[in-house]
Design a protein around this ligand. Sequence first.
Ligand code: GZL
Length: 338
Amino acid sequence: MLKTGTFTRRGLGTLLAAGLLAGGLVGCANSDTGGDSGDGGDGSGNGTIVLGFSQVGAESGWRTANTTSVKEAAAEAGIELKFDDAQQKQENQIKAIRNFIQQKVDVIAFSPVVESGWDTVLKEAKDADIPVILTDRAVDSADTSLYKTFIGSDFVKEGRLSGEWLVEEKKAATGPVNIVELQGTTGSAPANDRKKGFAEAIAANPNLKIVASQSGDFTRAGGKQVMEQFLKANPKIDVLFAHNDDMGLGALEAITAAGKVPGKDITIITIDAVKDGMQALADGKFNFIAECSPLLGPQLMDLVKKVHAGESVPTRVETEETTFTQEQAKAALPTRKY
Ligand code: GZL
């Protein structure tokens, strides 16, 4: 249930699926016409709202599910979507936003790959009188007038819940518990905030020590590569905290190749709860996952319509998420939407 949303995300998911089936819609309404989208009034020239969306990339299962949610929700909402995949490069996102401004779209939404370096381009959007919505990740701009609202998760809480579970799990430990940490993309809000929340939580038990921490860039390949380095440099690793499932899944390969049993020799905590991560949890290879829902599409389209109509919107629309143990993952998997 969303704290400030008007629908639960899952309810909207069902609605969305029914709508797509009933309408016989295939694919999605994203159009990359490239040229000027119209008279600059409603952007499309035919009353349709035109949304320019700059996506981080396609680095993880979470991102893929998020892209699907945005595209399907735009189709369902009758919003013309101009979608750009930045391949995890900030300069590509800045280029895409400038392109949307030139095309005079009605609204711009984006998931900022990193927190800093957005003020100039966001000021250009503001000067062009195009409202901006932040989705999924936040920016560190001091000027909050540069965007209308943020929709996404509380990453500090996700890190804190992960740390709190570990404190409880290892409360009987009498000696040092060595933790290695696979951080998300350097400079990104989820990496900064998950690291912060986790560190604050584990401070409750001085036995819990982070002995190595490095970015795996939210990818499976990155998780595997960095975990291989961790295993070579640290003779005793008791816990892996990975900022997303995909890096944890990549790390599984390195752990197994090193002759260790994931979930037993090394306790593994991840964040996201995408299907592959939940399967690893149900199979006993992971031990705990803090959920981070990618299904932001329907709520985003609701905000796009409100912002376009000049209606007031909350400054922050936060998703409420849960956590999963191995048993809870087994129960949840059959109905998991992503
Ligand atoms: C979190 C999102 C993160 C996911 C990763 O909202 O930005 O980026 O946790 C994804 O899986 O790559």
